[in-house]
Design a protein around this ligand. Structure first.
Ligand SMILES: Cc1cc2nc3c(=O)[nH]c(=O)nc-3n(C[C@H](O)[C@H](O)[C@H](O)COP(=O)(O)OP(=O)(O)OC[C@H]3O[C@@H](n4cnc5c(N)ncnc54)[C@H](O)[C@@H]3O)c2cc1C
Length: 511
């Protein structure tokens, strides 16, 4: 019996499976596609925080090599200054969704995760000890926990009776790849119906088409006749559209699952939140879900933390995603081309001539400004740790390098001026049951947070595997042991693990 089944081998499922594998959990991906190939075009890239997360795992270079970095972020047509944000990756990565999945798949395979292609999940049922998974073909499975990363029409979500709540669709769009007999104007067009575009794809004579429909289309698969009707409404002709290799429909509905967890079943990525593609947020939200959930699920599955730790997944990710969805809804609304919408767009554009509002929106849309509510305290608490240069006993290191194996990190930064960071506390020093990497380091900073600005340099930080700061030392270790216990289980549970020592890293940090 696998400890965890991840349903869906899209971006979210792949990253989650990698996180579980790094934590030593036996997980299987169940993917209904018979082969890895993806039909049609979907995402074209992702933003800075997603690149940072991949950097935290040491694989960002693979994506950067496969794609192209660009300063393409905008809000309703007004460019935003991503380059001004304090990150090593101040850009968006342009890379097709199939390119993203190819790189992720290679990484997941290296980590030894099995993907079962052609494994369509038709239903899940659970009891106190595990989850039974029904497949369209073949024998059912039983697993300890199951995560539905099976996209917007999630079978898992329906199967456990979780509703999507939020703004219903007011418009729908068709997206397609097809051949046109007649010449058509390329590029984007905005009118009172919505936004539309026709662009060449590949060299086979096909074009990529996005067109807004006259009224919200049905939930059934769209047809060539639907595409022809929508083109005719907008352009006055369907340009002799034929040979559609792929047609799909998306709407401006923006909804979230009413809960992200039902017992042993959790939801992540599009299965937990569906929204229009405006602003290119989907992959980033799914990746953030996956890295938030992966280490928590691993601690629960291995018996080190109580199942209640999983409730923090929804408590943290639901509000962070709700914020992004408000922005996506605003941008999708502003895609109309009538006089009133033009007026709102122009008003935004005027406000965005100031650097402050531009940076604030760039912080939100890049995902760099996510601030988890972990209580009062230093501004770093709950935010993502910056990837600063460190001097350690093992030589120079970046903070993100110390997160590659997805273990918690305790950075002890109170090293006297001029002194070398000494053992214990080389980069390999482990404590709290072998779970927490304890590193002594000197750090020159600068401690500057996106949107927030410069902050007082801490004397220590406890960083969760997802890169968020769970405790900040300000000349004292007060609160450290509580933070360690809250997030990574009790010291006594740690002491029972092989090769463990309950205290963290000796002397100063001994609880
Ligand atoms: C036109 C368009 C453009 C977009 N552009 C961008 C963009 O530029 N940037 C961006 O970040 N996002 C973009 N998105 C959104 C992005 O594509 C999604 O948010 C992202 O794919 C979500 O990943 P996921 O892994 O959660 O779900 P999915 O990618 O939907 O993956 C779900 C997987 O589950 C599998 N599955 C489904 N049901 C079952 C089942 N019953 N059993 C087993 N397997 C199952 C599916 O085959 C699929 O592989 C765009 C979306 C659209 C439609």
């Amino acid at each position: 019996m696998n400890e965890v089944a991840v349903v869906g081998g899209g971006p979210t499922g792949l990253v989650l499976a990698a996180e579980l594998a790094l934590a030593g959990v036996d997980a299987v991906i169940l993917e209904r596609r018979p082969t890895p190939e993806l039909a049609g075009t979907r995402a074209r890239g992702f933003h800075a925080r997603t690149i940072e997360i991949l950097d935290q795992r040491g694989v960002a270079d693979r994506f950067l090599a496969a794609g192209r970095t660009a300063q393409v972020m905008s809000f309703a047509g007004t460019p935003l200054d991503v380059a001004a944000l304090p990150t090593r990756h101040p850009y968006t990565l342009a890379l097709s969704q199939s390119g993203v999945e190819d790189v992720l798949r290679g990484w997941v395979e290296e980590l030894g995760v099995t993907t079962r292609h052609g494994a369509e999940v038709t239903g899940v049922t659970q009891d106190a000890r595990g989850v039974d998974v029904d497949l369209a073909h073949g024998d059912p499975l039983r697993v300890g926990y199951l995560v539905g990363a099976d996209g917007g029409r999630s079978t898992v979500r329906r199967s456990v009776g979780i509703e999507l709540v939020g703004a219903e669709a007011t418009r729908s769009h068709l997206i397609a790849e097809a051949v046109l007999t007649d010449e058509a104007p390329t590029g984007l067009r905005q009118d009172a119906i919505g936004i539309h575009g026709i662009n060449p794809v590949g060299d086979g004579g096909s074009v990529g088409i996005v067109v807004t429909e006259a009224a919200v289309g049905p939930a059934t698969e769209p047809t060539l006749a639907d595409l022809s009707a929508a083109l005719t409404l907008v352009y006055g002709t369907d340009f002799g559209v034929h040979d559609a290799s792929w047609i799909s429909r998306f709407t401006d509905a923006a909804r979230q699952a009413s809960t992200y967890r039902s017992g042993r079943v959790l939801l992540a990525g599009d299965a937990a939140h569906t929204h229009p593609p405006t602003g290119g947020q989907g992959i980033g939200l799914g990746v953030q879900d996956a890295v938030n959930l992966g280490w928590k699920l691993a601690l629960v599955v291995t018996g080190r933390s109580p199942a209640s730790l999983l409730d923090s997944y929804e408590a943290e990710r639901h509000p962070a995603t709700a914020r992004v969805l408000k922005n996506v809804m605003t941008q999708a609304f502003l895609q109309r081309g009538d006089a009133r919408t033009d007026a709102i767009r122009d008003t935004f554009a005027e406000v965005l001539t100031d650097a402050g509002p531009r940076e604030r929106l760039a912080g939100l849309l890049t995902g760099l400004d996510v601030a988890l509510d972990l209580g009062e305290g230093h501004p770093l608490l709950g935010r993502r740790v910056p990837d600063l240069d460190l001097a350690t006993a093992d030589g120079p290191r970046r903070v993100f390098e110390l997160l590659h194996d997805a273990r918690p990190l305790l950075l002890d930064l109170e090293v006297p001026e001029g002194a070398a960071p000494a053992a214990p506390g080389g980069t390999g020093d482990a404590s709290w049951g072998g779970r927490v990497r304890h590193v002594r380091a000197r750090c020159e900073g600068p401690w500057v947070l996106p949107v927030v600005g410069p902050v007082v340099a801490p004397t220590g930080v406890l960083v969760r595997p997802d890169g968020h700061v769970a405790w900040v030392g300000e000349g004292t270790t007060a609160g450290l042991e509580d933070a360690l216990t809250t997030w990574f289980g009790s010291a006594s549970a740690a002491a029972s693990a092989p090769g463990s020592g309950g205290a963290v890293g000796g002397d100063r940090f001994t609880g």
